[in-house]
Design a protein. Structure first.
Length: 281
């Protein structure tokens, strides 16, 4: 039996070694994360090397659509709308394709990002934005294809693409002033009804929490809320019951019940009915 196990181990060993084998990718994946003003920008791409080859005009033909990298699509994502060449590019993910030329490149932001290389069926309807930028010759060759987010200021940055002796730069503007102004306005206006609701919920749910503080905050949430949602009243009824005010809890639960029935939220309808029954005993 021992000899059989040894023989089996000898047979299996090469397959195990093969399964565990690791080798470097010829075009390793890279991820660039950069905050520009208040906007998150991410680029995920693969980085081929020149490896002694003539790149532009040969490996990458002039005037032809290029995947702009290797393997899967090069994908850029923006957390906010940005402006490129006076045109708005909505927040989201885009594949970057380019058409390199000797003096300029077309840079295309394509809404479908799940291709391997170029799309099998190119659709102009999926072109979210297209711009043309000047090509700049580099004094020092870049061996490995590189994309960076550079030239940062609070309101803009650039997408810089470089390989071999060529470089292009796409400037984009971010809505920092708008985001900052809205944030300042929101904070200076004070807490919202949802802020008070969340605070009330925290104190109610926390073991040993301040139930009086929870009641204060839920009342404030209802005071500030224009629509006074059923789940606000539901929380208030639970807080009242925990305070020992079952009569008040029942009255509040009835308000929550009516509102949850109007909203057709059967979960809250059941919870309110169950609580009213329990507190009426």
């Amino acid at each position: 039996m021992k000899k059989v196990l040894i023989a089996l181990a000898i047979v299996i060993a090469p397959f195990v070694a093969e399964a565990q084998m690791k080798t470097p990718q010829s075009s390793p994946k890279a991820v660039v994360n950069q905050i520009v003003g208040l906007t998150d920008v991410e680029v995920v791409y693969s980085r081929p090397g020149a490896r002694g080859r003539a790149v532009f005009g040969n490996l990458v033909p002039f005037g032809k659509l290029w995947r702009t990298g290797a393997n899967e699509n090069t994908v850029i994502s923006f957390s906010d709308d940005v402006v490129i060449d006076g045109k708005t590019l909505k927040k989201g993910k885009y594949a970057i394709f380019t058409i390199p030329r000797i003096e300029s490149w077309d840079v295309i932001f394509y809404s479908k990002t799940d291709n391997w290389g170029l799309p099998e069926n190119w659709s102009e309807a999926d072109v979210a934005l297209k711009t043309t930028v000047k090509e700049e010759a580099l004094n020092k060759a870049v061996e490995t294809f590189t994309i960076g987010i550079n030239n940062l200021d609070p309101n803009s940055g650039t997408i810089d693409i470089a390989w071999e002796n060529s470089s292009v730069s796409v400037r984009f503007e971010v809505p920092t002033d708008k985001i900052a102004s809205e944030s300042i306005k929101r904070v200076l206006a004070g807490p919202t009804s949802n802020d008070y609701f969340n605070a009330a919920q925290y104190f109610f749910q926390t073991k040993g929490g301040d139930i009086a503080k929870a009641r204060e905050y839920v009342d404030k949430a209802l005071e500030l809320s224009a629509d006074k949602p059923f789940y606000f009243y539901r929380l208030k009824s639970l807080i009242q019951a925990k305070q020992g005010d079952k009569k008040g809890a029942i009255e509040t639960a009835k308000v929550s019940l009516a509102a949850s029935e109007a909203a057709k939220n059967q979960d809250y309808v059941k919870m309110n009915k169950d609580s009213i029954t329990e507190w009426s005993k």
